[in-house]
Design a protein around this ligand. Structure first.
Ligand code: COA
Length: 179
């Protein structure tokens, strides 16, 4: 398994992976929705506000983890949000997701990111250190339909202290249907 963080020129491959995997797990409507989401995130987000981590097996793209900046204007810490995250269907359950995220989180930490947050299944993300977040510790940018999926972790030696004030996500994620 090889990991990389260069995604320019691979946007269509990433979108195809997202559509195929989410269609298999959640149905075609969700596949199309998340496929469109990832296309917009990859094309519309400023370079400083996005970091993408990819897993490959030979020529095959088998996993993608897309992080974008979550801005807390009243707080000095650097926060990135993981969404979406995907592993190719036939590669699922083989620890690709955990290995890709471990690589991604180490890389973000080395790059000075203080906090990683995501909105997903704690049973999976808990395996790589994400823990439930109360909305008083980290205000989500939009109302959450499933608050139990709001999870995060400190990437520094300090425990995660409350992030000050409100937050805003990148434009492509600023849609209530994703939250
Ligand atoms: C969720 C996903 C990214 C996990 O990647 P993966 O490579 O299959 O996961 P791993 O093999 O590293 O880890 C799987 C472990 O997490 C657990 N787990 C909990 N919830 C899970 C879930 N929704 N999907 C997969 N595994 C889950 C498994 O039981 C397994 O535990 P075990 O190793 O003790 O048996 C992948 O299955 C996927 O792309 N699913 C479809 C799209 C999706 O749901 N994306 C995430 C949206 S929040």
């Amino acid at each position: 398994m090889e990991f990389s963080s260069h995604f320019k020129g691979l946007e269509q491959d990433i979108k195809d992976l997202v559509i195929a995997s989410f269609t298999d797990s959640e149905g075609s409507d969700e596949g199309e929705l998340i496929g469109e989401l990832v296309r917009n995130v990859l094309s519309d987000t400023a370079p400083d506000d996005i970091q993408v981590f990819l897993a490959r097996a030979g020529d095959e793209l088998v996993g993608a983890a897309v992080f974008t900046r979550l801005t807390y204007p009243d707080d000095h810490r650097v926060v990135f949000l993981l969404s979406p995250m995907v592993v190719a269907t036939r590669w699922q359950g083989k620890a690709v997701g955990q290995r890709l995220l471990t690589h991604a989180l180490d890389s973000l930490r080395e790059g000075g990111v203080d906090v990683a947050i995501t909105y997903g299944d704690p049973a999976f993300y808990g395996k790589v250190g994400f823990k439930p977040l109360s909305q008083s510790i980290a205000r989500p940018p939009l109302p959450l339909s499933q608050p139990e999926g709001w999870i995060g972790q400190s990437l520094t030696k300090e425990p995660l202290a409350a992030l000050s004030g409100t937050s805003f996500c990148v434009a492509a994620l600023n849609d209530p249907s994703f939250w």
